[in-house]
Design a protein around this ligand. Structure first.
Ligand code: PLP
Length: 380
């Protein structure tokens, strides 16, 4: 059997990982500034994380939600405290798309309405309503496009209110900072307008923090830079540092009945152990402080590089904009300088999503590699 040919991948084969580094099969050490799409939060194979998983494997790997699992409550308590979201409840699932799918479903159950407002360049996942709310035509099948979704430009308050005022909108879904779309983000004024207008017209505000959450921007959630309280927040990626786990964080005011949401795998013992380990390390190693410190250090270094025209994003969710397409630069960085970086739908943007544990020395390695790669390209 062959694998379905749906991915374009790089010609490297990582066999082990430690902190910000991946070791390839031939022994090469690669500095990982991408963390497999922003998943690696506390570093590859963090000792606490790996040991906790090993112990849990020896005890019990999985049971479904048909039994009591105190690890789930422990995870919810720790998450509530560290994110300061104690007035929300948690539903555990397995991936970002599943979290958004359930968030949208819950908004529709709650309001009795079915239209969604999403934003231009958004990405919310590849399943039913999540992909219909994603602004990339080629990944939306005719089946998905049956959902009623209106796309609005970020900051367009008039279009937003026009759409909401028709009274048929169940949810507005927005990323804390756009990831796949190219690191654009709404202003504080727009986020606050959104919160007020959703309340006024009876739609729920869903903050997709799948990529921007879990400390990546220096605060637990990116929307916390804007002083708003969404109705629902979705989380995944950094939550499990590579172990599949995701969540829907729901305001206690939203009425939820038994059976409305569910999953076989979500919240299993091993997943909860991964989630708890991430929260413990985020807190004990003060990683959100590290994000802010390293982000300033990196931005200062980037300012001195002429070819970097703009730096978008916050914390360690950054987009470096060039005047040229970055495909060749990414190849150079990986194959000639052993640095893995990301792209986005914006062809001129290099996306940086390193582990939140990254140190100044590793940033220096990246800056040297970037300068050398740019010199090599200029002389080619
Ligand atoms: N939402 C955002 C903002 C994302 O960046 C992604 C994935 O990149 C998703 C949702 C979908 O997550 P998953 O691939 O875990 O389904």
């Amino acid at each position: 059997m062959n694998l379905l040919d749906v991915y374009s991948s790089y010609n490297v084969n990582p066999v082990s990982g430690k902190g910000c580094y991946l070791e390839l099969k031939d022994g090469t050490q690669v500095l990982d500034l991408y963390g497999g799409h922003g998943v690696i939060s506390i570093g590859h194979n963090h000792a606490v994380f790996a040991n906790n998983l090993k112990h849990q494997i020896d005890a019990l790997i999985f049971y479904s939600n048909a039994v009591e699992n105190p690890l789930q409550k422990k995870l919810a308590d720790h998450l509530g405290r560290l994110s300061t979201c104690e007035r929300y409840d948690l539903f555990l699932c397995n991936s970002g798309a599943e979290a958004n799918e359930n968030a949208l479903k819950l908004a529709s159950f709650t309001t009795g309405k079915s239209k969604v407002i999403a934003f231009e360049n958004s990405f919310h996942g590849r399943t039913s309503a999540a992909v219909a709310s994603t602004d990339i035509d080629k990944i939306v099948s005719p089946l998905n496009s049956q959902h009623k979704v209106e796309f609005i430009a970020l900051e367009d308050k008039v279009a937003l209110e026009n759409c909401l005022s028709k009274g048929d909108v169940c949810a507005v879904i927005i990323e804390g900072i756009q990831g796949v779309g190219g690191l654009d983000e709404a202003s504080t004024g727009f986020f606050q307008f959104l919160e007020i207008k959703c309340k006024e017209y009876g739609a729920l505000l869903i903050l997709d923090e799948v990529q921007s959450g879990y400390g990546r921007t220096g605060k637990f959630f990116a929307h916390q830079h804007h002083d708003i309280s969404p109705d629902i927040i979705t989380i995944a990626k950094g939550m499990g540092n590579g172990f599949p786990i995701a969540g829907v964080i729901v305001d206690k005011e939203i009425p939820v009945q038994k059976g409305m949401l569910g999953t076989t795998f979500g919240g299993n013992h091993l997943a909860c152990t991964a989630g708890l380990s991430v929260l413990n390390v985020l807190e004990s190693e003060q990683l959100m402080d590290n994000v802010s410190k390293i982000s300033s250090y990196l931005k200062a270094k980037l300012e001195a590089i002429e070819e970097v025209k703009k730096v978008k994003g916050k914390g360690l969710m950054l987009g470096l904009e060039f005047e040229f397409e970055v495909v060749e630069l990414r190849n150079q960085l990986l194959y000639d300088f052993n640095v893995f970086t990301g792209g986005s739908s914006h062809p001129n943007l290099l996306r940086i999503l390193p582990p939140l544990t990254i140190k100044e020395l590793e940033i220096d390695q990246f800056i040297h590699a970037l300068k050398d790669a740019l010199i090599t390209m200029n002389h080619a």
